[in-house]
Design a protein around this ligand. Structure first.
Ligand code: MIC
Ligand code: SF4
Length: 641
């Protein structure tokens, strides 16, 4: 027998169902969970609906970081609901102001060798610490909090072999942009990306976190780094060396694909509009004029990242035509910048300092001007995500962002000359006073969960129909993101607990008529291209279509988390047996699928009748997924079992 990869070792230690055979369903025991507030309200409503009195994980944390604009009572109501749930059901509560979930989790909670699922697609940031961390829908997180297994398909293993060392002014962001350039936003689907090789030693944990964070943009199940001396140093600097374990792949581990990257050959790069894999070097793109620069997000807001920014800005002034905003990733980072004076350099240079939260990354403020160019250190530049539909968003490293904010044009940071040496601190500033502990089991009974008027029950799912007879109510192309399906941003993010209201904005970016049409036709089927549902883990992208009566989505292929969310919501995901058949269907066509229940149950062919012609569809549902879909979704299934 051959040796194991890091991911296989962690899977083996947590396997509760199935076997480690790629492409087959497995169930994993989950050690830790995290939620954030934009997906958390649903997750806790679902947890409550399961009737379990207290979380059964080793550690569960509820973060508040997305919905912090609070223009109206809605966000604050959601925070209160989540805070009281955390107190009652046994979770740590990270208060608004404590920071972005993934950054704080890396600093204060993550541990090598543990499994983590989070109701946010960038949960794989934990892979920077040697965790096996997955983004998941809220319902999957609720089930894991209740002690249930997390079900995935055993992924393929990809090894990214790093050699050499990054040159001055080239950073971890440029590494993951290179991986995206080579593999594309579909390249990670069905795969775990594991980093190895001599080059790994040259990267600190926060740098590794930048890389595993954006593994989400590859569509990967997750990404993971070894746990080594650097991991130990980071944990020690966080006062948490107790949880250190060494983790490395066996010499003879077998990978399905090996990608070699010599770090010393990389150059500063950017992902151009409107996709994270549209990567070019800064040199290739040229000195385009920049209107806005935003620094922060769970990808690039660590202490060292922001110290680099501070050094670049020190003693200078942001260009007249540029608005620069900076959001430190956590209270720890913020405080340390303040203590060493670096915050003052940023303020003095004219940066607009934001609170430690997601902010502009999810369109919560700082939307660029019409047709503006915005450079962001974030992970996604999907059309419209910034809040300005005709803006051009480029994803860049903190170094590139900072220097361009000064020059007013896209600038290669290597033009800055000698790079200041900024080391990771040997001791971070540790103070967990913004994390509220849960009530004890005895106290919990008297804790009241507070539900404001913004907390609405989630839509009822229905058992799968035997005959689906409806219309094609929407046809979309390849790489449709969950930001297309269910946009976020300041206008609607506060309504994440209000599915009926959210439904008015479903597919707004693609087709403004869609919600009205879906309601008028009493639902129907959506036709999609490749990689349907990439991006965020928001289950709202399934719950809202469910509310609008969507019965099935037929696509060329699906992104992993969204496919799971569809099944969990009781919407049938089907793929074309022959991708060309996609062309045979148009908006408004009458679509009939007969004997659906029995076909799914017996694994028979599924035939879609369109205008009298039969098209063969494939259902790749496994045993448990079949039961979930037949029951009408995971909640129903869980209640029944
Ligand atoms: C995102 O980056 O798109 C989000 C907002 O963090 C989402 C979660 C959400 O929609 O609430 C994610 O990545 O899963
Ligand atoms: Fe928040 Fe942006 Fe990270 Fe999503 S990608 S968790 S919105 S910072």
């Amino acid at each position: 027998m051959s040796g194991l990869t890091i991911a296989q070792k962690i899977i083996k230690a947590h396997l509760v169902e199935g076997e480690m055979i790629k492409g087959t369903p497995i169930g994993l025991r989950i050690d830790q969970t995290l939620t954030q507030d934009a997906t958390g309200t649903m997750a806790y409503l679902e947890f409550e609906a399961m009737g379990i009195p207290r979380v059964k994980t080793e550690l569960s944390v509820a973060y508040i970081d997305h919905n912090t604009l609070q223009n109206g009572f809605m966000n604050a109501d959601d925070h209160l609901y989540i805070r009281t749930c955390a107190k009652k059901y046994g979770l740590q509560f990270s208060r608004p102001g404590n920071g972005i979930c993934h950054q704080v989790h890396l600093e204060r909670f993550g541990a090598p060798g543990k499994t983590l699922i989070g109701s946010d697609s960038h949960t794989p940031t934990g892979g920077g610490l040697g965790m096996l961390a997955f983004g998941a829908g809220g319902l999957d997180v609720a089930v894991a909090m209740g002690g249930g297994a997390y079900h995935i398909t055993m992924p393929e293993m990809v090894r990214v072999n790093l050699t050499g060392k990054l040159n001055d002014w080239v950073s971890a962001k440029d590494v993951i942009l290179e991986v995206l350039r080579r593999l594309s936003v579909k390249g990670g689907v069905g795969r775990i990306i594991e980093y190895g090789g001599e080059g790994v030693k040259t990267l600190t944990v926060p740098e590794r976190g930048t890389i595993t964070n954006m593994g989400a943009e590859l569509g990967a199940s997750t990404s993971v780094f070894p746990s080594d001396e650097n991991t130990y140093e980071f944990l020690k600097a966080q006062g948490r060396e107790d949880c250190y374990v060494e983790l490395k792949a066996d010499e003879d581990a077998v990978y399905d694909l090996v990608v070699d990257i010599d770090l010393s050959t990389l150059v500063p790069a950017a992902a151009c509009p409107h996709s994270p894999d549209n990567v070019k070097s800064i040199e290739e793109i040229g000195a385009i004029k920049v209107d806005q620069v935003c620094i922060g997000s769970c990808t690039n807001s660590s202490f060292v990242d922001l110290m680099k920014v501070a050094h670049i800005l020190k003693g200078k002034t942001v260009h007249d035509d540029v608005s620069l905003s900076i959001a430190p990733g956590s209270k720890q980072v913020y405080n340390m910048l303040a203590e060493c004076g670096a915050l003052s350099w940023m303020i003095d240079a004219g940066a607009r300092i934001l609170e430690s939260a997601c902010g502009p990354c999810i369109g919560m403020g700082q939307s660029p001007q019409s047709a503006g160019v915005s450079l962001r250190t974030f992970n996604r530049n999907f059309l419209g995500r910034s809040g300005t539909k005709d803006a051009d968003v480029y994803l860049v490293s903190p170094e590139t962002a900072a220097v361009s904010a000064l020059t007013g044009v896209l600038t290669d940071p290597r033009t800055l000359g000698a790079m200041p040496e900024i080391k990771m601190p040997v001791r971070f500033n540790i103070n967990d006073n913004m994390v509220i502990k849960p009530a004890t089991v005895e106290e919990a009974a008297s804790v009241e969960v507070k539900r404001g008027p913004n907390i609405k029950p989630f839509p009822e799912s229905r058992p799968l129909l035997d005959n689906i007879d409806c219309e094609c109510i929407l046809k979309v192309g390849d790489n449709i993101t969950t930001d297309h399906i269910m946009p976020a941003g300041a206008k609607i993010l506060p309504y994440r607990s209000n599915i009926p209201y959210l439904s008015n904005f479903c597919f707004e970016v693609c087709d403004e008529e869609f919600p009205a049409r879906a309601k008028e036709k009493n639902g129907g089927i959506i036709i999609g291209g490749e990689n349907y549902g990439q991006g965020s883990s928001r289950e709202h992208a399934a719950l809202v279509p469910l509310y609008l009566g969507v019965k099935a989505v037929v696509a060329k292929s699906f992104a992993r988390i969204h496919a799971a969310n569809l099944v969990n919501a009781g919407i049938l995901p089907l793929t074309f047996a022959n991708a060309e058949d996609y062309d045979l269907i148009s908006l408004g066509d009458k679509l009939v699928i007969s004997d659906v229940r029995s076909s799914i149950k017996e694994g028979k062919d599924i035939l879609l009748n369109v205008n009298g012609k039969e098209i063969k569809l494939v259902s790749s549902l496994s045993g448990r997924d079949i039961d979930i879909i037949l029951a009408g979704g995971l909640l129903e299934y869980t209640k029944q079992n």
